[in-house]
Design a protein around this ligand. Structure first.
Ligand code: GLU
Length: 424
């Protein structure tokens, strides 16, 4: 039997990072089994529609590389299909009309059960717990229950992969399949993702729409890799996996029943790993794409090797390197943090050395000169280099000092130190 999965988000806002795990697992199951993965937009709840969400969902999946088959299936375009199916149930005596809505008549006796693919566990309900429920609303749109059963039958979805919040609706869905005389698909219900405080994942935990992660400079590969590991451990034990590697290893049976915890710090760490694995050329290109509007984006190449180990997200590049393109606005408070008594005098001595040092400067001579100067002046070498750092950058933290100086050039460095001296 061909494996067909579908991601079925409701367009009630931008696609959230937590939703990605469901889409990703559906994608992986399809790829692993040479099946198909499609997108269905569940827009039958007209009151909750948010304009622009369909575009956001489609663009986000494209950006992540979770390619779906064909065009998205929009439930709002299939209203006649649901009506026709609701009517069939009325004709069969399994449903009835009341107050303009159509209700499904539930069985009130016996039990309903499935064996869920996640954890291979039996989930069982007493049918007596199920009241009759609406399948077609008075506005003519289906409820999720009817639309799920009809669409997943017509789309031949198998397995149905969705969030565990739907487990309680299983008896409704099973009764509907039975009333239509259709075989029940296999189900996999994914444990709900929590935040570190064990409450349902939300913005408070740093979880946001994927488009915002993109703006912060997260890489799609890192997001997918991190989300894949939320509740699944690859048999190989690898921590860094490409989409192709995940598809080879993925199996719903390996999905953990415990609720996974989303940890933004771990996602940032993983993003940093992906950044470090790029060549300098690749990273330069990525940064240039990311910094489209940055006035100095064409000059960044020499700074890439010196920041590569220091950034976790592409956006971190900006505050770390601003001083390379623009003369700093000094804040005397930064200098006051340094453990040097007479800073102006120390800067004068530094200038004297710089003016007489052979050009082009090199690391060894630079280091030797300023270590010696520090000793003569009774200052610690570390404090001396920190003073130079603040004087050329205005900041206490920068990429490595000498490499930064090399990018700035001798003249610029001298002129910045002169400018810094003007503070006293
Ligand atoms: N629209 C439902 C949701 O967003 C889809 C559930 C399903 O995949 O069937 O939760």
């Amino acid at each position: 039997m061909e494996v067909k999965t579908r991601f079925a988000p409701s367009p009630t806002g931008a696609l959230h990072i937590g939703g990605i795990r469901t889409a990703l697992y559906e994608y992986l199951v399809a790829k692993k089994n040479q099946g198909t993965f499609s997108l269905r937009i569940e827009d039958s709840d007209r009151a909750r529609l948010v304009e622009g969400s369909v575009e956001d969902i489609v663009q986000t999946l494209e950006w992540l590389g979770l390619d779906f088959e064909g065009e998205p299936v929009l439930q709002s375009k299939r209203v006649d299909i649901y009506k026709e199916h609701a009517k069939k149930l009325v004709e069969k005596g399994s449903a009835y009309e009341q107050d303009g809505a159509i209700y499904f008549k539930t069985k009130k006796t016996g039990k309903t059960s499935i064996v869920d693919l996640v954890g291979n566990r039996k989930i069982e309900f007493d049918n007596s717990t199920q009241d009759d429920f609406v399948i077609l609303k008075s506005d003519g749109y289906p409820t999720y229950h009817l639309a799920h059963v009809v669409d997943d039958r017509l789309m031949e979805t198998n397995p149905v992969i969705r969030g565990a919040e739907w487990i309680s609706s299983i008896p409704k869905h099973l009764m509907l399949f039975e009333a239509f005389g259709w075989e029940v698909p296999r189900y996999a219900h994914l444990p709900i993702i929590l935040g570190p405080d064990k409450s349902k994942l939300s913005k408070r935990h740093g979880a946001k729409p994927v488009s915002e992660f993109k703006k912060d400079g997260f890489l799609p590969e890192a997001i997918l890799n991190y989300m894949a590991l939320l509740g699944w451990t690859p048999p190989s034990g690898k921590e860094i996996l490409s989409l192709g590697e995940m598809a080879e290893e993925f199996d719903l049976k390996g999905v953990n029943l415990a609720n996974p915890v989303f940890d933004i710090a771990k996602l940032e760490w993983m993003n940093g790993e992906y950044i470090r694995r790029m060549s300098d050329e690749q990273l330069t290109e990525k940064l240039q794409e990311f910094l489209v509007d940055h006035p100095n984006k064409d000059k960044i190449a020499p700074s890439v090797p010196i920041i590569k180990d220091r950034i976790k997200k592409l956006a971190d590049f900006i505050p770390l390197t601003d001083f390379l393109w623009e003369s700093p606005e000094y804040d005397i408070a930064q200098f006051e943090k340094l453990n040097i008594k007479n800073k102006k005098e120390a800067l004068e001595k530094i200038l004297e050395q710089l003016r007489t040092m052979n050009k082009p400067w090199n690391t060894e001579i630079f280091e030797k000169t300023f270590r010696e100067l520090a000793e003569e002046e009774g200052i610690k070498a570390g404090d001396m280099f920190q003073l130079i750092r603040v004087a050329v950058s205005g900041q206490l933290v920068t990429p490595p000092l000498f490499e930064s100086i090399r990018i700035l050039g001798e003249e610029e460095v001298v002129s910045r130190i002169e400018k810094a001296m003007g503070l006293w």
